[in-house]
Design a protein around this ligand. Structure first.
Ligand SMILES: [Zn+2]
Length: 414
């Protein structure tokens, strides 16, 4: 059972974070790209049907180069296990002992996987999935058969926590607590066992709907936070930045306009100021302090969540300037991800379809309810994925965007 991480001695010098070995061939990045979306995919030969691991340029059975990435179920049998007490690798040396095993997958290959502590000694059935490690690369992780990492006892495994960002025993900042989405995320983090949740609210002199329910949560501390105010963001980061393990940037400004049905740029500028420059201000102030806490073991800073929009992928003309601000934020979030990776802090981008809020009133359903969005954020943290697309609209857009971005653009413009 996981214990609450000890408080860091503030007098101790912060060490540089170590990362697991990150070198992969270009071919092997297929495994990582799928894992970033929470999928377990292996190469399958189009000619002979063999599934292979590790990834290679050609089929190991028939030498065909027609290899495609196929989703795998992950069922397998643990053949042998070992508890590592020594490693030449600095990352693992700091985390010993470490449990590994050999798993024969039902789809064919035999693989080396990291083992969850609850797996019985071999031979036993296990479930293998691909997860991103602290270096952002895919590794294979075996969990007990018939259970998922969402269950709270599963998420407490010390090894599994190196690949995921479960909020239990962690401290989180939710940037905007005034929206129903923000409040749903705060309540979800509290239920998931977060130790402390700072909740930002711009214009702190105003009381808002849901304020009393937030204040009633014992984990919650309200902080005045306005992402359009550089000085305020800097001050809040100086005060709490060094303690935040999970930052959820859900600050959003949304008006339903295109280009032609509104004159002037005030609204578009306000959208950019929150959605793009807000992220930039947070990243400049909280990024360095969270990066500096990459070597604190189980008490390390672990995740940065951005609430983007599926409109970041393709412009939805009825919400044209909002789409553009989210596209800018998406691009910046990719930069942030690259900069946070050396510290093992995962940047998770969430691309919901239209949220059920006042700015989408005129849109027909289906819309994402705030509680559903909060569940998607929690799921992304627990599974340690990089991108999540909650809601039917987002899922459908994503499929069409992957299939043919130009066709999606044409469809949205009519
Ligand atoms: Zn083959």
């Amino acid at each position: 059972m996981l214990e609450r991480p000890k408080r860091k001695n503030p007098v101790l010098r912060t060490r540089l974070p170590t990362l697991p070995p990150a070198a992969r061939s270009r071919i092997a990045l297929g495994l990582t790209a799928a894992a970033a979306l929470g999928r377990f995919e292996l190469q399958q030969c189009k000619d002979c049907g063999a599934v292979q691991y590790p990834p290679r340029e050609a089929c190991q059975h028939c030498l065909s180069t027609k290899l495609i990435w196929q989703r795998q179920g992950g069922e397998g049998e643990l053949l042998s296990d070992t508890l590592l007490h020594h490693s030449n690798d600095l990352f693992f040396r700091e985390r010993l002992p470490w449990r590994l095993g050999l798993v024969k997958l039902a789809c064919g290959p035999t693989v080396v996987a990291h083992l969850h502590a609850a797996i019985a000694p071999p031979p036993t059935k296990v479930h293998v999935s691909a997860k991103l490690d602290r270096a952002g690369q895919a590794v294979l992780v075996a969990l007990p058969h018939g259970s998922t990492p969402q269950e709270s006892d599963m998420a407490q495994d010390r090894q599994l926590r190196e690949f995921t960002c479960d909020p239990k025993f962690r401290k989180a900042l939710v940037v905007d607590g005034k929206t129903s989405t923000g409040q749903a995320i705060v309540h979800a983090l509290a239920r998931a066992g977060a130790d402390l949740i700072w909740v930002g609210h711009a214009e702190p002199w105003k009381k808002f709907a849901g304020f009393d329910e937030l204040k009633a949560l014992k984990q919650v501390t309200l902080v005045p936070l306005d992402v359009t105010d550089s000085k305020n963001v800097r001050e809040v980061a100086a005060e709490i930045g060094g303690k935040v393990d999970i930052l959820v940037n859900n600050a959003e400004y949304h008006r339903a306009y295109g280009i032609g049905n509104r004159s002037g740029i005030d609204t578009a500028r306000a959208e950019m100021d929150v959605n793009y420059f807000g992220l930039l201000r947070l990243a400049q102030e909280f990024g360095p302090v969270m990066r500096a806490r990459g070597a604190d073991g189980l008490a390390s800073a672990t995740a940065w969540v951005n609430l983007l929009s599926i409109y970041a992928l393709a412009n939805f003309p009825a919400h044209g300037t909002f789409s553009a601000s989210k596209a800018a934020a998406h691009s910046l979030a990719q930069c942030l991800r690259a900069e946070m990776r050396p510290a093992g802090v995962r940047v998770i981008n969430v691309f919901p379809g239209p949220i059920d809020d006042e700015w989408n009133q005129l849109l027909p359903p289906p819309k994402v309810a705030p509680a559903a969005l909060a569940s998607a954020v929690l799921k992304a943290l627990r599974e340690g994925v990089e991108d999540a697309y909650p809601g039917d609209v987002a899922q459908e857009w994503l499929e069409r965007w992957r299939d043919n971005p130009k066709a999606l653009e044409k469809e949205l413009s009519t």
